[in-house]
Design a binder for this molecule. Structure first.
Ligand code: UD1
Ligand code: CA
Length: 472
């Protein structure tokens, strides 16, 4: 049977108390709905329909790259009504998998398990057992263990409220059957809504086999309705990603204190200290060491490189065996070749730094091409911006830039050139020579330090110096 996925994402999410529609609340930096769409895509259905409504344009605009079919639910009259909006475009011979936009941690393997539990004429739902089932729909079974109905929390009797097996919201149903059951839904319940969950009782009456697949991992089935559950989902996501990294061979100083918000690939024996935030596409080569409090985004780090505490690395390609930080910042389009040292309070942007080069203290290298084994002294910077345009700086192999130098771009420093400390270099410096700009050092003999003045003498001195009329 061909598969159509319907993702319900039209609700407002009142319990979030937020101007942002619930399905756009961020989990690991991406909207809840994006997580659900990606998981749906992993099982390769024929179609993915997203039912949207509350905050409509905002929801679509937040996910411009998702090629899904958007179905408008103009009025949010309940989950059953939401599914009904998509049914006109789904053929009778399809299987429908319903997913909820606010159940973001569900795994593709679990969806596959759910689908495997059904045949052409039966339905299956995903349940799980919770210590605290408050708020969820309860799975009511008959004495033989067969599923009889789902009863929403607000409609449940005291005995039903004691049931710990809950509805996760995911169900797999033959389209033809679902269409018929939805047409008979009524809204005579506590919420005055058309509840998708009522199709279970309809299936039982219609002699359709209903099986419940129990998700072993209650965490992946959790619904996100308020900010507390959002934080719990974030913690669940964090833990799952940390486990993946550890299974791939990384040692984590504390698996509870790492945030992976993207696709991170680690090789063997990587060590990551606490509070690392890894965003987007990140690759860490074998034996890379990351110190505490580092943020690394869309970057690749070569093997044996060590990144000390408090570094910020974004859009950089770092070679093997480099030493970075503490407190270094690598900005987009930075390439460090092997054995480069970038030390504390050094910022590098859109620059290519040759093998073995060092900038160990308090430097800015922007739009620079730096050769092999160059040494950039403490406090030296490229002056790459003239207020209107950005200009390049070229430093050839083996050059030595004395501390506190200003390289006013566009400018070239030749191979093996030496720049004297404190120079302002605005013209090209030739290969192999010492170039410097420096005022002659003088000593004023007999000079004495200022003495403390009375308030009156000080005022008079200021008036004189600033050429102000005498104060009265
Ligand atoms: C729902 C289930 C409940 C289950 C729980 C699991 C129903 C009636 N109840 O309850 O059995 O235990 O999820 O997390 O389905 N939505 C629409 N249009 C609407 C209403 C809702 O698209 O008119 C969407 C929401 O955006 C949300 C999802 O459907 O993504 C679920 O709605 P929500 O109101 O959160 O249902 P729950 O009360 O959590
Ligand atoms: Ca919910």
């Amino acid at each position: 049977m061909q598969l159509s996925v319907i993702i319900l994402a039209a609700g407002q999410g009142k319990r979030m108390n937020s101007d942002l529609p619930k399905v756009l609340q961020p989990l690991a930096g991406r909207p809840l709905l994006e997580h659900v769409i990606r998981t749906a895509r992993a099982i390769e259905p024929e179609n993915i329909y997203v039912v949207y409504g509350h905050g409509g344009a905002q929801v679509q605009a937040a996910l411009p790259h998702e090629s899904v079919d958007w179905i408008l639910q103009a009025e949010q009259l309940g989950t059953g009504h939401a599914v009904m909006q998509a049914m006109p475009v789904i053929p009778d011979d399809h299987r429908v998998l319903v997913m909820y936009g606010d159940v973001p941690l569900i795994r593709a393997e679990t969806l596959t398990k759910l689908l495997a539990a059904t045949d052409d004429d039966s339905m299956a739902l995903l349940s799980t057992k919770l210590q605290d089932p408050a708020g969820y729909g309860r799975i009511v079974r008959d004495p033989g263990g067969g599923v009889r109905a789902i009863v929403e929390h607000n409609d449940a009797t005291p005995e039903q409220l004691a049931i710990r097996e809950i509805n996760t919201g995911l169900m797999s149903v033959p389209a033809k059957r679902l269409r018929a059951w939805l047409l008979n839904l009524r809204n005579d319940n506590a919420q005055r809504e058309y509840l998708l969950t009522d199709v279970v009782a309809a299936a039982v009456i219609g002699n359709c086999r209903v099986s419940a697949v129990v998700a072993g991992d209650a965490e992946e089935a959790m619904g996100v309705n308020d900010k507390i559950q959002l934080a719990q989902a974030e913690a669940g996501y964090r833990q799952a990603r940390a486990h993946e990294l550890m299974l791939a061979g990384a040692t984590l100083a504390d698996p509870a204190r790492i945030d992976v918000r993207g696709e991170v690939r680690v090789e063997r024996d990587v060590f990551i200290d606490i509070n690392a935030v890894l965003i987007g596409k990140v690759r860490l080569g074998a034996r890379v060491k990351i110190g505490p409090n580092c943020c690394i985004r869309n970057s690749s780090i070569g093997e044996d490189t060590e990144i000390h505490a408090n570094c910020h690395i974004d859009g950089a390609v770092v070679g093997d065996n480099c030493r970075i930080g503490p407190f270094a910042r690598l900005r987009p389009e930075t390439v460090l070749h092997r054995d480069v040292h970038v030390g504390n309070f050094v910022e590098v942007k859109n620059s290519d730094i040759g093998a073995g080069a060092k900038a160990n203290h308090l430097s800015y290298l922007g739009d620079a091409q730096v050769g092999r084994d160059v040494n950039v002294g403490a406090g030296s910077i490229t002056c790459n911006y003239d207020g209107a345009n950005k200009w390049p700086t070229i430093i050839e192999d083996g050059a030595f830039i004395g501390s506190g130098s200003m390289l006013v771009a566009p400018v070239r420093v030749g191979a093996q050139a030496t720049i004297g400390a404190g120079s302002t270099i605005a013209q090209n410096a030739p290969d192999g020579e010492l170039t410097l700009t420096r005022a002659k050092q003088t000593t004023i003999s007999g000079w004495s330090r200022p003495a403390k003045l009375s308030e009156k003498d000080k005022e008079a001195a200021i008036d004189g110096a600033l050429q102000r009329p005498k104060s009265v």
